[in-house]
Design a protein around this ligand. Sequence first.
Ligand SMILES: [Zn+2]
Length: 322
Amino acid sequence: MSTATSSGTPRVGILQSVDYLRHYSKRRHPENPDRLKACSQGLRGAGIFHHLTEISPRRAELDDLQMVHAYEHCVYLRELAESGGGMVDADTYVCDASYEVACMAAGGVMAVVDALAGREVSRAMAMLRPPGHHASAGQAMGFCLFNNVALAARYAQIQRGFGKVLIVDWDAHHGNGTQEIFWKDPTVGYFSVHQYPFYPGTGAAGETGEGPGEGFTVNVPLLAGSGDEQFMAAFEEGLVPLWKRLNPDLVLVSAGFDAHVRDPLAGLNVTSRGFGRLARFVLGQAGEVPVAFALEGGYDLQALSESIAEMAKACLEIPSHD
Ligand SMILES: [Zn+2]
């Protein structure tokens, strides 16, 4: 199957599921199901939903999760959910459905990798939650239970024959979990641009990987108040050299939208159009290499709605209008 439609536009996959709404906190929490509803509304409002190819999620099993996570971590979250849920830390909740939802999120990104590997689509957007990039092999934190993007990278390598994977993380927070998982690994590159100093405290420019992984982690910390131009400069100066060094076969984007100027949690000033520019930059670098964007943070609903629409337009190569 060609990955372009008859009109020449790229085939773009969309992963969505009502399952992802079942993870919720009884107390008011910024990471809530309304975020995904805002994403859907953004796509529908932009009139581009019908251009997208639906990808159905599946459930990641314990064996799948252990490509990245410790057995004890998986069982801990399963038992916490089975007992009715609770707090993993001050920020991170588990409800009775959370383990199943997190397995569907992990399986969702694996289904996205399948669609890319089978050339059913050349680009994909995974609108899922809970987010993942703070989760390390053995620790849930920062609203994250399993590291969806890290699992997608390992699944792509182990099960789908991709050699080298580049993870681009434009969430406002540093993806400490993803960095830790691939710290010594020269086959998975990790690039992050983020507010610094800020939660979770990692992501200094001097953190560059270790041993064979030295140089395959690139961090660009930005001061609060930075916006579109600083992000673009970080991509030019930090992402491009890593991309050339790694020469990836697959690109996964930890697409958080909490760097948006409207976001209540972070202090960065990226615009909705700015996220479209970032997506176009990544897609331009990628050329024929498949790219998947997986939702991480982003806590202002209007910002999410607009930014997702801009990202989708970038994937579809539809011009953005003022
Ligand atoms: Zn974030």
